[in-house]
Design a protein around this ligand. Structure first.
Ligand code: ADP
Length: 180
């Protein structure tokens, strides 16, 4: 499925984010930046040790990454030039600024990507795995932040791919993207 948002194309794809051909992919990392399960594990496994080494350098310089923040490494063995590591919030019932933090993940990832000249980017369903953010709420936030970003004046990001791994997220994203 595809929708056009001003000068950008937004695609919905089901699959493994490590296989997508774009300038940058976003990783749902954790504050340690040392790798973990889920999409983080898949990216480090496919990208090789260079990514982890760069993450460790960043960790030594700035002590990891805050929730809602984003840092950038090369793509290692992946096809992409960059991996943007962002840290989603753990769902804790909704009264712990989870929404604001998740919004920041999308915004900060896009800002960082753009600052490096990225024109195409793939993003997973941040926080909806191990961190248990309700998928429908997370989807609305993701699409809202992305739409706000792409509809602003003069972005260089002309292709954005939402990569859903599980069927449930695919259906939720389809329903939300239909509205555009
Ligand atoms: P978080 O800790 O932020 O919840 P997870 O990696 O556990 O991160 O899950 C985030 C989302 O990534 C989930 O929807 C999960 O299904 C999905 N996911 C897991 N592996 C991959 C992959 N290889 N490519 C794309 N998405 C993936």
């Amino acid at each position: 499925m595809e929708v056009i948002l001003k000068d950008s194309i937004v695609r919905l794809i089901q699959g493994d984010i490590t296989k997508i051909e774009v300038d940058a992919i976003v990783n749902a990392a954790n504050t340690s930046l040392l790798g973990g399960g889920g999409v983080d594990g898949a990216i480090h496994k496919a990208g090789g040790k260079v990514i982890l080494e760069e993450c460790m350098k960043i960790r030594n310089q700035q002590g990891g990454c805050a929730v809602g923040g984003a840092v950038i490494t090369s793509g290692g063995n992946l096809k992409c030039r960059y991996v943007i590591h962002t840290v989603g919030p753990v769902w804790n019932g909704g009264n712990y600024d989870e929404e604001e933090k998740l919004r920041k993940c999308y915004k900060n990832s896009l800002l960082l990507a753009e600052s490096k000249g990225v024109t195409s980017i793939a993003i997973p369903n941040i926080s909806t795995g191990i961190y248990k953010y309700p998928k429908n709420l997370a989807c609305r936030i993701a699409i809202d932040e992305v739409a706000n970003y792409l509809l602003k004046d003069g972005t260089i990001i002309n292709e954005l791919v939402f990569v859903c791994f599980d069927e449930e997220n695919v259906e939720i994203y389809k329903n939300e993207l239909k509205k555009f």
